[in-house]
Design a protein around this ligand. Structure first.
Ligand SMILES: *Cc1c(COP(=O)(O)O)cnc(C)c1O
Length: 220
């Protein structure tokens, strides 16, 4: 399976014009496929399994900015803190505290996004508004984590209005928090199936996998 270069170029032009960051989600994809996009200028890549991320990072150019996406187990934090560019998906205060602790040990500040629960499904991780407010103030206490923004995943649904309203709600929350905390600048929302709706609703970072790399084989 090869990277779809035409789609990549078109998407990059659209996003560059809007000042939106594209994170190429390369989970399950090979080193060769990642390098194909890298050679076209892509630098932000996202993974959501720690083992896979660590293995790939060790084989690929150091100029890649690695994003960790989704739920991160606390006992795996120390493996990615030394190099991860943005941890997207800090979904609890205890995880935030663990990142801070591991970052302090190696004296490296780590940028994080807080994951907000916006979908209808029970299964999606994320904080509610009260937890979020607490985490943002803890994160701005001068420790080793920097809260750079918010991340959310809409419901897996064909209901455009539902997705739109979830993205809109997250954007409102983002604007509210941004007024209080100047470090908050990133709103990461939108994936292959819903990035257009996300862009219409204020996203400035999208995470796109299957549209660029082709469908993923199911895991195990
Ligand atoms: C896999 C994944 C994506 C990309 O999904 P596609 O549908 O392949 O674009 C985006 N965000 C997160 C958190 C993911 O786990």
């Amino acid at each position: 399976m090869a990277v779809d270069k035409a789609i990549y170029q078109k998407l990059r032009e659209e996003l560059d014009a809007k000042g939106v960051t594209l994170v190429a989600v390369s989970k399950t994809k090979s080193i060769a496929e990642i390098l194909e996009l890298y050679e076209m200028g892509q630098r932000d890549f996202g993974e959501n399994y720690v083992q896979e991320l660590v293995a790939k990072q060790s084989l690929l150019p150091t100029s890649i900015r690695w994003h960790f996406l989704g739920h991160l187990q606390r006992n795996k934090v120390k493996q990615i803190v030394p190099f991860c560019s943005l941890i997207q998906g800090v979904d609890s205060l205890s995880l935030l505290q663990e990142i801070n602790k591991q970052a302090q040990k190696i004296n490296r500040s780590v940028d994080c996004l807080l994951q907000v629960h916006i979908a209808q499904e029970e299964t999606k991780f994320g904080m509610n508004e009260a937890e979020l407010m607490e985490a943002v103030s803890v994160g701005s206490d001068g420790g080793y984590v920097r809260i750079k923004g918010l991340m959310g995943m809409a419901s897996l649904s064909d209901d455009t209005e539902l997705i739109r309203s979830e993205f809109h709600g997250l954007h409102m929350l983002y604007q509210k928090i941004r007024l209080l905390h100047a470090s908050v600048q990133i709103l990461s929302m939108g994936m292959s199936s819903d990035y257009s709706l996300a862009l219409q609703n204020g996203s400035n970072m999208i995470r796109v996998g299957s549209l660029l790399f082709g469908a993923r084989a199911p895991r195990r």
